[in-house]
Ligand binder design. Structure first.
Ligand code: MC0
Length: 151
């Protein structure tokens, strides 16, 4: 079901400062910056690797892998609450899937609780859905169906 690790989501207090730090330490480039009101985050995707078989260039794309830096828009958002409890750090792992709706149906059949019964909008035009950390060893897990190239 999982085709690769799409991104690691990292909660930070100050997105500008975190982007500057990660770019300078690792020589990464920023693939996108977005505000996602529904999710309560301001975020940036930093390109780690392009997809091996997709030759998408420096802008990354559906086959890429990323570090996603997440700054909460408010203290009562998911990332805001997480940071109040645990401070900055790894917030979730996003795995790529080919078809998020069928992946959700398969996961539901295994008994793992779905946070999202239907896909929502994620970074870089992806369709995403979260799975509950309590059923996955304390790891908030995201299924990511990347935007198809050209769409
Ligand atoms: C909370 N918990 C976590 C966690 N957040 N455990 C692991 N990783 C996390 N990130 C745990 C708490 O420690 C607590 O455990 C329990 O969940 C309840 O915590 P809470 O603070 O009362 O929070 P809830 O229950 O209101 O919500 C938790 C839940 C929520 C995971 C359901 O944060 C959620 O719906 N997350 C999915 C949406 C999201 O995170 N969006 C932001 C990224 P104990 O053991 O003390 O009970 S959006 C994004 O990333 C998009 C833009 C994208 O990738 O494209």
């Amino acid at each position: 079901m999982l085709t690769r690790i799409d991104h690691v989501g990292i909660a930070c207090r100050d997105l500008t400062e975190a982007v500057a730090r990660y770019c300078s330490v690792f020589g990464l480039t920023v693939a996108s910056r977005e505000v996602n009101e529904e999710q309560g985050v301001r975020e940036a995707m930093l390109l780690v690797a392009t997809g091996a078989d997709e030759a998408l260039g420096a802008g990354g794309g559906p086959g890429g892998s990323y570090i996603q830096l997440l700054e909460p828009l408010s203290p009562d958002s998911p990332v805001g609450k997480f940071m109040a409890r645990r401070g900055e750090g790894i917030h979730h792992i996003g795995y790529a899937v080919t078809d998020v709706r069928s992946a959700l149906a398969e996961v539901a059949g295994s008994g793992v609780r779905l946070i999202d019964e239907r896909p929502r909008h994620g970074s870089l035009g992806a369709s995403i859905a979260f799975l509950h950390p309590a059923d996955l060893g304390g790891v908030l897990t995201e299924l990511v169906e990347p935007r198809r190239a050209g769409s």
